[in-house]
Design a protein around this ligand. Sequence first.
Ligand SMILES: Cc1cc2nc3c(=O)[nH]c(=O)nc-3n(C[C@H](O)[C@H](O)[C@H](O)COP(=O)(O)OP(=O)(O)OC[C@H]3O[C@@H](n4cnc5c(N)ncnc54)[C@H](O)[C@@H]3O)c2cc1C
Length: 414
Amino acid sequence: MNIACDILVIGAGVSGISAALASARSGIRTVVVEKEGFIGGAGYSGLLQQICGLYLNGRAVPEETLNDGIVREVVSGLHRLSPRNKVKKIGQVYVLPYLREDLSSVFNSMCRAENRLSVMLNTSLVSVKKKKGKVVEVALSDMNAKSPRPHFTKGGIRGTTFNITPKVLIDCSGDGAAAVMAGADYKLSPLSKRQLAGFIIHLKGLNTGDETLPVKVPYYLSEAAEVKRFPSYARYTTFSYGDVPDEGYLKINPGHEYSRRGPVVLNRAAKILGYLAEKLPSFRHAHIAGTSLKVMDREGRRICGEYTLTEDDILNAGKFDDGVVKNSWPIELWDRNKGTVYKYLRDGEYYEIPFRCLKVKGLSNLLCAGRCISVTREALGSTRVMGTCMSLGEQAGLAAAYYVKNGRYPYSYT
Ligand SMILES: Cc1cc2nc3c(=O)[nH]c(=O)nc-3n(C[C@H](O)[C@H](O)[C@H](O)COP(=O)(O)OP(=O)(O)OC[C@H]3O[C@@H](n4cnc5c(N)ncnc54)[C@H](O)[C@@H]3O)c2cc1C
């Protein structure tokens, strides 16, 4: 198989789709590959309920998103499909409730409208070759292909392999998979410091008449963790009501070491539900209607770029000459000893993320966007939310397209 493209995007999560749309709309042949059979990444498979990082936090209800461009189109597409879902204030922040089917449908129709864009599902990254500080070739495995000679790798990837030689590679894999294969430096917190992962359970059959469940659930689970009926992470479980009266969501937040142990967490989730049914009549007839696809990492590899955004940059509302994305979302750390810790910007303020956080150090035609950009552990607590990831993806796509046309990025010092 020989696929020609100028820009290759790895991962079709919210950042990857936004990157691919932006570069295709700039007139550049773009391919986005995704190892799963759907687009949207954690925004689709995670059973999340709201998009964070879209709005300026402050007293006034925001009328528009903080960043313009693709996020604004996505928000108006979501409004068209579910007009009931309006901007909502939770504590000190504004979020947009959404349905994952709507997000998928909006992204799908935006992608279908671009004839320079190919979306390849069930296609996984195998390796990246570099030469003299440049990515020169990317090997991919098409798991749809019925090959007489399937390809196996240590990671269990199966399918036929083929190569692409992009002019720019954009890593939107969430974990910097492509950048690491290209030899980029990265930071990864030790397990003891890494943010808790998350697993979401969709419940039906609840009696949601009791409005205090979001307080009672962590209270009872803290008691149970105290007497060692459940591991200590159970005390950080949160509950939120669903869109429909008898529905709700439990967010269980185990340590990162459970990332590859979905069945263990699912088993424990069933026990947690049984315990809640003992304590709270609202849960007596509740059952598990669905779960997130896997235990999801909040924190993974952070690829070293030409600048590393810090907590100080965020809390002091830092601005940069190459600031490409605005964000007002607080630093939200899911700490294994303290639970959720929030650090807010001042009301009505935002910071900027410089383009240099997207530009991978030492590799001229490799960009990162989404969860794996160049930030400190603390800064990641703010930059990783979906609204911000979409804008990061869009900016990576625009800069990559500029590079293809002009042989350099649109910022003189990069
Ligand atoms: C428990 C939890 C709750 C959260 N809640 C919220 C929330 O309520 N609101 C919010 O806005 N954000 C929330 N987030 C954060 C947010 O969901 C993610 O950080 C964001 O979706 C990241 O987007 P992304 O595009 O960078 O990565 P992802 O969504 O992870 O997408 C990366 C994509 O790349 C693909 N991929 C990876 N490796 C390869 C490969 N080798 N080959 C091909 N494809 C590959 C993956 O399959 C995936 O589809 C939450 C995160 C967690 C963990």
